[in-house]
Design a protein around this ligand. Structure first.
Ligand SMILES: C[S@@+](CC[C@H](N)C(=O)[O-])C[C@H]1O[C@@H](n2cnc3c(N)ncnc32)[C@H](O)[C@@H]1O
Length: 278
């Protein structure tokens, strides 16, 4: 079987389970052959050996059962960087880039910022910001040790020096002078029906869910962040598309000022930020 035949057969097998069947088949075959999709398409008649064929169709079968592409290939691009991913935490999502754009715009000057990314998971937020602002002091925390190991692997791969802290939210955070606390915390309601569809079926609930309304962790961060921020420090949080008002109210209740809300590329309000005035 040659490459072109493998892609066509693979995409056919995925046609009922994945809306991007052709692309998925191309990406999985590129992964098996350790080449990029452009290289794959320039030599379509090259034959696959037996092992390559076996491995490829095993991956197609797993994808057909719903396994996220990122888990099958072990990586996901975010902020134009390649991150290792695994099942210890969330696969980085494009909407999270909204938080990074906001942070970089807000602090575009020369000031050296001290930033804490809470619930860092793969390290996507902290590492992307560090790649743009190498002079900043960046800390990243998570309650999950496997997630922190993943973040460490990504720091090493992307040559970033970030301080990783194992902590249940603020429990082990000892500094009280952060200019920015940023977080994409769990924010899905425990009984949300979306939890049984798509990629989230394969991601840990500890990275996704947060009580009956999805607001437990956001409430906690809003309540305690002020004790860890400098005067005029910012709290920047990602949340669900349907949490615009409750998150805004939570920032107001906790006396944040200059509150701003931003939309993601699909036009949904997915980020709220506010400044603390001590
Ligand atoms: C939605 S994921 C975000 C991961 C990553 N920041 C991203 O944007 O791709 C939430 C992360 O919060 C972590 N987390 C959940 N509860 C936590 C807690 N009590 N303290 C610290 N981190 C927590 C999870 O382990 C998970 O890695």
């Amino acid at each position: 079987m040659n490459r072109q035949q493998a892609v066509l057969q693979g995409s056919e097998q995925l046609s009922e389970s994945s809306p991007s069947d052709l692309l998925d088949a191309q990406l999985l075959l590129s992964f098996v052959l350790q080449c990029n999709t452009a290289q794959l398409l320039t030599w379509p008649e090259k034959q696959l050996d037996k092992d390559q064929q076996l491995r490829y169709f095993q991956l197609i079968a797993q994808r057909r059962r719903g396994h996220p592409l990122a888990h099958l290939t072990g990586s996901r691009e975010f902020w134009s960087l390649d991150f290792f991913v695994d099942n210890s935490t969330l696969i980085p999502r494009p909407e999270t880039e909204t938080l990074i754009e906001f942070t970089l715009e807000k602090f575009s000057g020369d000031k050296q910022i001290k930033l804490l990314d809470m619930g860092t998971g793969s390290g996507a937020i902290a590492i992307s910001i560090a790649s743009e602002r190498p002079g900043w002091k960046i800390f990243a925390s998570d309650i999950s040790e496997p997630a922190l190991n993943l973040a460490k692997k990504n720091c090493q791969q992307l040559q970033n020096s970030i301080t990783l802290v194992h902590s249940n939210w603020f429990d082990n955070i000892t500094a009280h002078d952060f200019d920015v606390i940023i977080s994409n915390p769990p924010y899905i309601a425990d009984n949300d029906p979306h939890l049984s569809t798509g990629d989230v079926r394969f991601e840990p609930h500890s990275a996704l869910t947060s009580g009956s309304t999805g607001m437990d962790d956001i409430n906690h961060l809003c309540l305690f962040a002020r004790h860890y921020l400098t005067a005029n420090g910012w709290l920047i949080i990602e949340h669900g598309y349907n949490q615009k008002q409750p998150v805004y109210d939570c920032f107001v209740k906790n006396k944040f000022t200059a509150i701003e809300q931003k939309q993601d590329l699909s036009g949904h309000t997915r980020m709220t930020a506010g400044k603390i005035t001590l």
